[in-house]
Design a protein around this ligand. Sequence first.
Ligand code: CAA
Length: 239
Amino acid sequence: MKLRNKVTIVTGGSQGIGLSIAELFAAEGAKVIVADIGDAPKTNAVIDFHALNVTDRPACKQFFDAVVDKYGKIDVLVNNAGITRDAMTRKMTDEQWDMVIDVNLNGLFNLTRYIGPHMQENKIGSIINISSIVGEGGNIGQSNYSATKAALIGLTKTWAKEFALKGAQVRVNAIAPGFILTDMVKTIPQEVQDKLAASVVLGKMGLPEDIAKASLFLASDDSAYITGHTLSVNGGLRM
Ligand code: CAA
């Protein structure tokens, strides 16, 4: 049990990569709270669910207060909530641009602004920001999404420095998944998917569990001396 009694929040944890992280963390002994705009996760794992829209600033503060009231502390935060609204730049609408910035970037700030300083006060914690290979290398049709995922790598480094001030052992790292078989990737046109899979060194798309295992490493003491790092989990698609 690598996360025994660790109080863990996973945003966007009702499905896909987030749910896989929540389930693995629960199996490793964590008390897991999933915060998601959608329905509660369909799972047998013991998970506490809170309905939360990460773009709603007052709701984020209320959620933070409620978790600290109930559990007394927060040890691990996985900022996983994210959306795509893909379009070529010349066709991208204001709404597509704003929505992705609001959820993927502002949403991350809305919650971490409370949880990071809380961990710093407690002198211990681990924050994991789910970025993307697209934040590292760009992608046709994803100017909005890639901008947020690249921003998140900068935020990771800033928060790693800030929340460790005064001797706190608060670590902040990012994971940059490659193309992982989730509903999000299934929106990619089939011919683009086929091209992508063919260029992965390991010859296949990833699974949500691949990201969950990397998250477990960064959440646990196994990575106690790693902070400000972006871990690429992409089957060799980008080196
Ligand atoms: N590589 C090469 N050419 C491409 C391309 C690609 N990846 N994507 C589009 N093009 C080309 C098209 O072939 C087309 O060329 P022609 O003008 O010669 O016909 C041109 O660009 C315009 O493309 P479309 O006609 O497809 O334009 P569209 O407006 O219908 O669709 C799109 C554009 C919505 C961006 C669509 O191409 C698409 O969905 N692409 C996939 C985007 C993608 O990879 N998203 C990743 C989602 S998963 C995720 O985001 C998770 C993560 O973290 C990785």
